[in-house]
Design a protein around this ligand. Structure first.
Ligand code: SAH
Ligand code: SF4
Ligand code: F3S
Length: 437
């Protein structure tokens, strides 16, 4: 009889890719993927805790499984990821949801196979949260679900301790994979037909950090030297470590997309200092200038936070000014969320919900108007997109250009995974509509 698994993923691209590793582990146990959690024999929740709402979302969805589990007693429910790794959270989960069978953290995903097998033979829940042991696990083959795109980890963890952020506490210290392992993985992916590779790390610019023989720009160069037509992207670049060498390597290699995600967080030097970001707004603008000097067309995207403790109207205005000055092609805007255990959680001067709401609306309106302005410049142009999906609702294929802009277009035959030229006929906010040429 067929056995099925279902994975619910919350949070960042790192988590999306880790769910592909979870899928790899479950398929090695003979389980097959299913779309409906009701049919699952193993249901995994891969959680996030970056903001309170990510946590609440997971808690809500796990809670909803109580009835299903009562009907399907043999079903195994497993919860892993960043949420469970927070101190004390595994116990909270176990108490609140005693029907959850397996609880694991971010440092032992590689042991999920063992946990599922153990649970099959015992009644008691299997709960194990390990501390960061500084290791890089190479033995978790992914079951990739996002052809023609493939995600490849280059670093794990983070050493930066931005004062608002929980990631260093739940993902451990920064460690880099060996460059040979990364290059070999990418080479195999290109052989297997993948067309877009995205290198993942909390701060890709500090790759190696004295522990590897090459730097991040050198790693990019090595990967760009691999034969075949493909695109190379990377996420995330911390501005403090963004270098001229990186800009030069982007400029010199057509395979490396002219797009950099460079989270600024705030335009106020006071707030940036309190956030422990280690740059000023002038430093940031300097980095942008260097990038544009070598890669004039480079698109820049960013992350922004409003309502950090003690953020004044003037601080917020500085963020708006910076957004106006840089002209980001798109930006993720967040309301600061207090995370237990971080330095900022202990700061006085939490900004009221009303003020945060008004600021985020104003910021989003500005960011969107910039994005719309840029989208409008596409109309009439021909762009090269990599077709990555078919949108059933729109009845159209979609793909991005190298700057990350999504275009929708019709095609009689399947063009998934192909590079295509599309003439843009209309811009609708962040996305574009066009025709194959
Ligand atoms: N390592 C990356 C990504 C971190 S998480 C980086 O340094 O940019 C992605 C984004 O979530 C961050 O850039 C930040 O804007 C946001 N974020 C992190 N912690 C947050 C918090 N406590 N409240 C609101 N937003 C947060
Ligand atoms: Fe969090 Fe800062 Fe590390 Fe990014 S660089 S993961 S925001 S601590
Ligand atoms: Fe969330 Fe963990 Fe990623 S906290 S954003 S899933 S690193």
């Amino acid at each position: 009889m067929n056995k099925y698994y279902h994975i619910t993923t919350y949070g960042c691209q790192m988590n999306v890719h880790e769910s592909e590793k979870i899928a790899g582990i479950l398929s090695s146990l003979g389980y097959q993927a299913c779309d409906d959690i009701e049919n699952a024999d193993v249901a995994v929740f891969n959680t996030c805790c970056i903001r309170e709402n990510a946590e609440n979302h997971a808690f809500g969805n796990i809670g909803m499984l109580k009835k299903l589990k009562a009907r399907k007693r043999d079903m195994i429910i497993a919860v892993g990821g960043c949420l469970t790794q927070q101190i004390g959270k595994a116990d909270v989960l176990h108490e609140k949801f005693p029907f959850v069978d397996v609880i694991f953290g971010t440092h032992n995903l590689n042991k999920l196979k063992e946990y599922v097998l153990k649970k099959q033979t015992q009644k008691k829940a299997v709960i194990e949260i390990l501390d960061d042991d500084g290791k890089v696990y190479e033995e978790c083959p992914s079951l990739r679900t996002s052809y023609p795109n493939a995600w490849v980890n280059i670093t794990y963890g983070c050493n930066n301790f931005c004062t608002y952020c929980i990631v260093p506490y739940v993902r451990g210290r920064e460690r880099s994979r060996r460059s040979e392992d990364i290059v070999n993985e990418v080479r195999q992916l290109i052989k297997d037909g993948y067309k877009e590779i995205t290198l993942l790390g909390q701060n890709v610019n500090s790759y190696g950090n004295g522990t590897q023989d090459i730097s991040f720009p050198e790693l990019l160069q090595k990967i760009a030297n691999i034969e075949g037509k493909f695109r190379l992207r990377f996420m995330t670049s911390h501005p403090k470590d963004f270098s001229k060498e990186l800009a030069q390597v982007i400029a010199a290699n057509p395979k490396i997309c002219n797009l950099v995600h460079l989270p600024v967080q705030s335009g106020s030097d006071k707030v940036l200092k309190e956030m422990n970001r280690k740059y000023t707004s002038a430093d940031y603008l300097d980095k942008v200038k260097t990038l544009k000097k070598y890669v004039p067309n480079c698109a820049i995207t960013t992350d922004l936070i409003v309502g950090f403790p003690n953020e004044t109207e003037e601080d917020f205005q500085a963020t708006l000014n910076l957004v106006n000055e840089v002209g980001f092609s798109s930006a993720f805007s967040f309301v600061y969320s207090r995370r237990e255990g971080t330095v900022a959680a202990k700061m006085d001067g939490q900004v009221s919900e009303d003020v945060c709401k008004r600021r985020i609306m104003e910021l989003i309106a500005l960011v969107n108007s910039k994005t719309r302005e840029q989208s409008a410049t596409y109309v009439g142009k021909i762009i090269e997109v990599l077709c990555e999906d078919y949108d059933v609702k729109k009845g159209a294929y979609c793909g991005r250009d190298e700057y990350g802009r999504m275009a929708y277009f019709k095609s009689e035959k399947s063009v998934l995974g192909e590079f295509l030229n599309v003439k843009i006929t209309a811009a609708n906010g962040i996305s574009l509509t066009g025709e194959l040429v």
